[in-house]
Design a protein around this ligand. Sequence first.
Ligand code: ATR
Length: 282
Amino acid sequence: MIKTDTYAVFGHPINHSKSPRIHRLFAEQTGQIIEYTAQDVSAESFAATSKQFFVAGGKGLNCTVPLKELAWQYADQLTERAHLAKAVNTLACQADGSILGDNTDGVGLLNDLTVNHGITLRGARILILGAGGATRGIIPPLLEQQPADLTIVNRTVSKAQIIAQDLATLGTIRTCDYTSLQGQQFDLILNATSASLSDQLPPLTDNLLCSGGSCYDLAYANQATAFVQWGVEHLAAHSLDGLGMLVEQAAEAFYIWRGIRPETTAIIKLLNDERQITNING
Ligand code: ATR
């Protein structure tokens, strides 16, 4: 009997994860037979649980909050983008049994911005809110697009400065605190803070977004996040949340594991339609 290849997403909390649904839709679409589950795994038990998973024949893991840095440490080898991100969201068991760590968040964001929404990054003035792990992961692919400039704003500026120094070989990264943003304007503002998770908004001043500019929240929710609302109120051409990025980073992980790239447009539409129904039905 052929054993079904098994995959899982580990994180804490994990009960609202859309990853099992997304990967099952990918498998259906591409005719792949896989099993994909969600498991609540704490930081303390991550290494032991991952080892158990791979020893039992597991083929690949997605790792989410708060496990991405631990997954980075756990991997036997890292891709260049995971090395730079200092965070891993995808682990893949290789033919020789070693575990490869990759980070598909950056390319997921890039695909959603440029392919799905037609937002041009070349020559754009980009502002990233926040200086945590998410910011580190998205900067390399953004700089590859040759924006006019890229600024990280953070309450704790020293954290932004460390990221700018670590990634200095990739391009110039400016850093500042929120009060220094006064008088500046950007074509694209990306919210990579964890503020949306508690329905908060970073302290943004008016006039930050230039006419025709766009806002993108890396977080997603069934309702518009506080930052997506801010973008709408400030007349953004696009004010988007991270549902598309979630599907795109999953597609890249699926490709790493299965060698087939799923088509994402219909799946993003399906998930978007479903949450609109959830909203209407309360
Ligand atoms: P992650 O690894 O997911 O990016 P993190 O490392 O905890 O998460 O980073 C969270 C980021 O959100 C930080 O940059 C944090 O700012 P500080 O470094 O100054 O703490 C930022 N953040 C969280 N809540 C915020 C809020 N209400 N307003 C502005 N920034 C916020």
